[in-house]
Design a protein around this ligand. Structure first.
Ligand code: FE2
Ligand code: FE2
Length: 148
């Protein structure tokens, strides 16, 4: 059984965003598997992928909020930045050989659940306006951040 099973209450209702959040959950489940296998190298790789993907997701969201003229864009961006510096510290500790994986996973689960359900859901009505009006924006921006 996986560590974190996606729960529909986490859906914000924008497919592209829900897909990215699910991908983050997949990373966390992969991390759990590698950690139970005591595969340090694999844990390192997944951890790097997880941080990288999360940074890209945040950048995508920030672009979407800016496009949408979301009034809380700046404070939402600050929340992202604080969180990235927090998980980057875990990455450094892991590189020094400390076993931080379980702690990181449980913090990620709590943080993401709260962030998605509160802060992310809040920008959805604004974001939907951009997504409905500027159809080309989505493909262009996805290509820019995630490649084709
Ligand atoms: Fe998000
Ligand atoms: Fe966010």
């Amino acid at each position: 059984m996986s560590y974190w099973t996606w729960d529909p209450s986490l859906n914000v209702g924008i497919d592209v965003i829900d897909g990215q959040h699910r991908r983050i959950v997949d990373y966390i489940n992969d991390l759990d598997e590698a950690h139970s296998e005591k595969d340090h190298e694999k844990v390192t790789q997944i951890l790097m992928g997880l941080v990288d993907y999360t940074v890209t997701h945040f950048a995508f969201e920030e672009d979407l909020m800016r496009q949408a003229g979301y009034p809380l864009s700046d404070s939402h961006k600050k929340v992202h930045e604080t969180f990235i510096s927090h998980i980057s510290k875990y990455k450094e500790q892991h590189e020094k050989g400390q076993d931080i994986t379980r702690k990181l996973m449980s913090e990620l689960q709590i943080w993401l659940t709260n962030h998605i359900k509160n802060e992310d859901k809040h920008y959805v009505p604004y974001a939907n306006k951009v997504l409905n009006k500027k159809k080309g924006w989505l493909n262009r921006t996805l290509g820019r951040f995630f490649g084709d």
